[in-house]
Unconditional design. Structure first.
Length: 334
């Protein structure tokens, strides 16, 4: 395994910043769109040989320092008896959403049974490229999973789960604990099948007020990060000014969205490694600008404990050449 990403995640000084991109195996790559003509999203995720082909697409084009498995944060819902499908123009739709307190304490099917295709994918990736790059696993965080489970679909302001929180506070905690237990088992399963680094995407948790985030989210993030034997990366959007709450979960790495100034974050977080955080829209600029702005992030982050990434995922219309420039800029650092 190339351990550049792992070493940076542990806070070590590295010869250059390792680089990968969230959603790097997605719709900006033409070959991905060709594959998807023959498979629905759920079929692609649950068929290991297809998911492996998609995961490897960015390796064939860019050779990043980490390959994130092609999957979805919602697959863990299957272990809790919640089914979902993808609707065009809407996104994921939960077929049997949480409707009240009685739905929150769910019996879990063992991850190795319900999500065996994820283990098979990681096994395949370890065999094919595991000695040349780091394999990145991931899971959705408890609040983000709860938002989908309660709303039944994407929710712009997450009002359904926020209402659930104030109307049924005990059941809300039970629901978060249910997801936390499932996520812990799921991430441990990924490590058992070769994941070198893990990212926890609790993308939407930043909509909570600081006091509620402290009460409901920090202890559960801390439990998840402490439960797995691999470097952990924590990503929550819209946490500028609240980096201390991210650090309180004690992840190995804090992933920053583009609303945070990298230099200020480094000052605030001290020796805690960081990931990010170029604004994804910069990749629509000319190549000279992409390179210059990428170097600004690298320079502000410094040579220790920095994983270069975007502040969120790659947009579907992003030019391939811009992604290549972003990756090659990191590789040119000496």
């Amino acid at each position: 395994m190339s351990d550049l990403l792992v070493r940076a995640a542990r806070g070590e000084r590295t010869e250059r910043p390792p680089v990968w991109l969230m959603r790097q195996a997605g719709r900006h790559i033409p070959e991905y769109r060709e594959i998807r003509e023959n498979y629905s999203f759920v079929e692609a995720v649950t068929t290991p040989e297809v998911a492996e082909r998609i995961t490897l697409l960015p390796w064939d084009r860019y050779e990043p320092d980490g390959l994130v498995m092609f999957s979805d944060i919602l697959v863990v819902l299957e272990a809790l008896g919640l089914s979902y499908h993808i609707e065009s123009g809407t996104g994921p739709v939960i077929e049997d959403p949480v409707t009240g307190p009685a739905d929150t304490d769910r019996e879990q099917t063992p991850i190795a049974e319900s999500l065996d295709y994820v283990g098979a994918l990681l096994d395949r990736l370890t065999d094919s490229v595991g000695d040349r790059t780091s394999i990145i696993g991931f899971a959705g965080g408890p609040f983000t999973l709860a938002s989908y489970a309660v709303a039944g679909r994407p929710s712009r302001n997450h009002l359904p789960v926020r209402k659930f929180r104030v109307q049924h506070p005990d059941a809300f905690e039970t629901l978060l604990d249910t997801f936390t237990d499932a996520v812990v088992e799921y991430l441990r399963y990924q490590v058992d099948h070769g994941a070198d680094v893990l990212q926890l995407f609790d993308t939407y948790a930043g909509v909570l007020p600081p006091a509620d985030y402290e009460r409901y989210i920090v202890p559960r993030h801390r439990r998840i990060c402490a439960a797995v034997d691999a470097p952990t990366i924590l990503f929550v959007r819209n946490m500028a000014g609240r980096l201390d709450q991210l650090a309180a979960a004690d992840p190995d790495v804090i992933s920053l969205d583009w609303t945070v100034e990298m230099g200020a974050a480094r000052d605030a977080l001290g020796e805690t490694p960081v990931q990010g955080n170029l604004d994804p829209s910069v990749l629509f600029a000319d190549q000279e600008t992409v390179e210059a702005r990428t170097r600004e992030v690298i320079d502000a982050a410094g040579p220790e404990g920095h994983i270069l990434n975007l502040g969120h995922g790659v947009n579907r219309d992003t030019p391939v050449q811009s992604v290549r420039t972003f990756v090659e800029t990191a590789k040119s650092i000496s």
